[in-house]
Design a protein around this ligand. Structure first.
Ligand SMILES: Nc1ncnc2c1ncn2[C@@H]1O[C@H](COP(=O)(O)OP(=O)(O)OP(=O)(O)O)[C@@H](O)[C@H]1O
Ligand SMILES: [Mg+2]
Length: 215
C-alpha cells in the first residue's frame, strides 16, 4: 500500500519541554491506524501534526510524497479531524453539514447533507432545521462527524471522538467512521481509550509512552 504520511526525526516541545520524539512514523493510504497510550503520552500532539495544524520544532512531515510546509497548505481540504468537543457553527444542523461542501463549490449539496446525516443515524427530516443548541451531546457530535464525512475526506482523524458519549451515539460514530473507509477508502487515524474497538478495527496500533513509540 502507498505511504500517505511519512514523518521522520520529529521532535515537539512546549515551553522547552520535549513531549514527542518520533524517529519514524508512517501511515499507509486507506489504512486504519490506532494510537494508544496513557494521558499525556503525545497522541493529540501527533494528531495535530497529522491535521497540519501544528509544526514540530524539528523533523519532516511528508504527505502523499511531498514535504509539507504548514503555512498556506491547502491540504486541510482533504484531511479533517474530529475531537472530543463537538465544534459546531452557530447555525442549523443542515447549514453546519452544508458548510464544507459550499466552501468547495460542490453541487447537489442538499442530497449530500441528507446522506451524511443518515450515515450517522440522524433522520434528515427531523434534524436538518434544528439549531446547534437544540441537540444532545451525542447528536451534536454526530452532526460534527456528518459535516466531515460530507466532504469525503481523504483522511479522517478521530481524537477520542466518543469519550463522553452515550452508547448509542458511540456505536453510530464507530460504524460511520469504519464505513467511510469501506465505501470511500478514507484513511483513519484513531485515538481511543476504547481498547476493544481499537483492536477490532485497526490494521496497526501504535502505543505511546512518554512521547515515544513503545515497541
Ligand atoms: N499547548 C500545549 N502547551 C503546553 N503543553 C502542552 C500543550 N499541549 C500538550 N501539552 C503537553 O504535552 C504532553 C502531551 O500531550 P498530548 O495532549 O499530546 O497527550 P495525549 O496522549 O493526547 O493525552 P490524553 O490521553 O490525556 O489526551 C502533555 O504533557 C501535555 O501536558
Ligand atoms: Mg489527547
Amino acid at each position: 500500500m502507498k505511504e500517505l504520511y511519512k514523518l521522520s526525526n520529529i521532535v515537539q516541545q512546549y515551553n522547552g519541554r520535549t513531549v514527542l520524539e518520533l524517529d519514524h512514523f508512517s501511515v499507509s493510504e486507506g489504512a486504519i491506524v490506532g494510537l494508544a497510550g496513557h494521558n499525556g503520552s503525545g497522541k493529540s500532539t501527533l494528531m495535530r501534526m497529522l491535521a497540519f495544524l501544528e509544526n514540530p520544532v524539528s523533523g519532516e512531515i511528508y504527505y502523499d510524497g511531498k514535504k509539507v510546509e504548514l503555512s498556506g497548505t491547502d491540504l486541510r481540504r482533504e484531511v479533517t479531524m474530529l475531537t472530543q468537543e463537538p465544534y459546531l457553527l452557530k447555525r442549523s444542523v443542515g447549514r453546519n453539514v452544508a458548510y464544507g461542501l459550499e466552501l468547495r463549490g460542490e453541487s447537489c449539496i442538499e442530497s449530500k447533507v441528507r446522506d451524511s446525516l443518515t450515515q450517522v443515524g440522524l433522520e434528515p427530516d427531523l434534524f436538518m432545521s434544528r439549531q446547534w443548541f437544540e441537540l444532545s451531546g451525542g447528536e451534536a457530535q454526530r452532526v460534527a462527524l456528518a459535516a466531515r464525512l460530507a466532504i469525503m475526506p481523504k483522511v479522517l482523524l478521530l481524537d477520542e471522538p466518543t469519550a463522553s458519549l452515550d452508547r448509542e451515539s458511540t456505536l453510530l460514530i464507530h460504524e460511520a467512521a469504519v464505513n467511510a473507509r469501506k465505501e470511500n477508502g478514507t484513511t483513519l487515524v484513531i485515538v481511543s481509550h476504547d481498547h476493544h474497538w481499537l483492536e477490532e478495527v485497526s490494521d496497526t496500533i501504535f502505543r505511546f509512552a512518554g512521547g515515544r513509540l513503545d515497541y
